[in-house]
Design a protein. Structure first.
Length: 135
């Protein structure tokens, strides 16, 4: 069977085949949509260490609710470097964490979802998210 994934930014619909008992592999579905690169860039002259948090959240009509915590790890981003969130490697090629593409993130029901990212450094939180719809 197939489900529809709608990119809310462009309203483009994608037909995605389900896996197993009606489960959708989020990563396979997201790969079909053109999206910005997933990375954290450090423009400072010294490395930055902080808490990396990635969650799958579902919108309940009023609020975003956590469905699954994907990553919760202290990471270091090199000076004038970056951390690639899809593969978990920094700009020096060091494996910092298991990248999103290698994690078993699945959705089993229709709805509005987002992948939430938080990076917390010295109590200051930097947050981003990417919304998508599963029909």
């Amino acid at each position: 069977s197939a489900v529809k994934l709608i990119d809310p930014n462009t309203n483009i619909e994608y037909d995605i085949n389900t896996q197993g008992a009606g489960r959708l592999d989020v990563l396979s579905a997201i790969k079909e949509i053109k999206r910005p690169q997933s990375k954290i860039v450090n423009k400072e002259e010294e490395s930055i260490t902080g808490d990396l948090i990635m969650k799958l959240q579902k919108y309940d009509g009023t609020n975003w609710k956590d469905k699954k915590e994907i990553v919760n790890k202290k990471v270091t981003i090199p000076a004038n470097g970056l951390l690639k969130l899809d593969i978990g490697k920094d700009s020096n090629g060091k494996q910092v964490f298991t990248g999103f593409n290698s994690l078993d993130v699945k959705i089993s029901s229709a709805g509005k979802y987002r992948v939430y990212l938080g990076f917390i450094v010295d109590g200051k939180s930097f947050e981003k998210s990417w919304d998508f719809i599963v029909k």
